[in-house]
Write a protein that binds this ligand. Structure first.
Ligand code: GRG
Length: 296
């Protein structure tokens, strides 16, 4: 595990991702908009989290997780394409580039999202390195995380929410579903692939929940105190869309305090996991470091 860095893992992931893009089979009209959003500068946090946990078990496990990791990046990419559509957030820019429907057209963007969503599951079925039982379990976890009781439920709450009627509790629940469920899938899929025991599995789930919450607070803070380059979209976009955010509900300072509390709790889980399993779980703090926001 010593030689494994985010850069090394990113290279492994990028190579595997580019290799599954079906230029040879699917028509270029649909592959182009899929590839445009897949390769437009996403940080790859979800697949890297899944693969890092596998690397902690043994570097040999990483290749077994590649398709499950690509699948979650497909789902994440679809969710962003659809989230940017005029019927949802109606955003022109993402990651500093035109959104999919601006680069192509609305119908194409809808279909590119549909294709990414559908192909995610196909990719897992075509995984030669996992048993059928594990593939079914991973598909179950991913469909649950992304579906009507997971990310879609969160998005539904989002589009029907009125910022001034949201409480901290309802905002937290919305993000747990909308953002948190895909992170939960990442640790669950890694646990299934590596065959982890239930204690390790549930500690990782607790870690993922805290990470998802911290990720969202960080994302909200970036919109208020960051720069356009960091946010990759117009600043104060949440305010424009009248979204209820952590800084709006709690203020910037209290949001930072909560973010740091979540990060501290997440680090404690990793230390305990490392002590009990003798595996290098504290190396996962590289994901938490990225979310640290310094007080001014
Ligand atoms: C449209 C079905 C459907 C779901 C959309 C996740 C989501 C639900 C919408 C995204 C809106 C948003 C900005 C949520 C905040 C948290 C979040 C998911 C940020 C983007 O994730 P990053 O930072 O993105 O991992 P990159 O660009 O790095 O891939």
């Amino acid at each position: 595990m010593t030689a494994l860095t985010i850069e090394v893992l990113t290279n492994i992931f990028e190579q595997a991702l580019q290799a599954v893009i079906r230029l040879d089979i699917a028509p270029i009209e649909i592959v182009s908009p899929m590839v445009y959003s897949l390769n437009s500068g996403g940080k790859r946090v979800r697949p890297l989290l899944l693969l890092w946990i596998l690397g902690i078990q043994s570097p040999d496990y990483i290749k077994k997780g590649l398709r499950s990791a690509i699948a979650v990046e497909f789902i994440h990419t679809y969710s962003l394409i659809h989230d940017d559509l005029p019927a949802m957030d109606n955003d022109d820019m993402r990651r500093g580039k035109p959104t999919n429907h601006k680069k192509f057209d609305e119908g194409t963007a809808i279909l590119a999202g549909d294709a990414l969503l559908t192909d995610a599951f196909y990719l897992i079925t075509q995984d030669d390195l996992l048993t059928d039982d594990k593939k079914v379990e991973i598909i179950r976890l991913l469909s649950q995380a992304a579906g009507s009781s997971g990310m879609i439920a969160g998005q539904m709450k989002d589009i029907h929410s009125k910022a001034d009627q949201m409480t901290l509790e309802t905002v937290e629940r919305m993000h747990e579903l909308k953002t948190g469920q895909l992170f939960l899938y990442c640790v669950q899929a890694a646990a299934v692939i590596a065959g982890l025991d239930s204690l390790e599995y549930s500690a990782l789930e607790q870690f993922a929940k805290l990470f998802g919450k911290a990720f969202q607070i960080h994302n909200d803070l970036k919109d208020v105190v960051g720069t356009v380059e960091n946010a990759g979209r117009a600043m104060h976009s949440d305010q424009k869309h009248q979204k209820a955010t952590y800084p709006q509900l709690l203020g910037v300072e209290e949001s930072m305090i909560r973010l740091n509390d979540d990060l501290t709790q997440a680090r404690q889980i990793l230390s305990t996991l490392e002590q009990t399993t003798h595996k290098p779980y504290t190396s996962l703090s590289v994901f938490l470091d990225y979310l640290v926001v310094e007080m001014a």
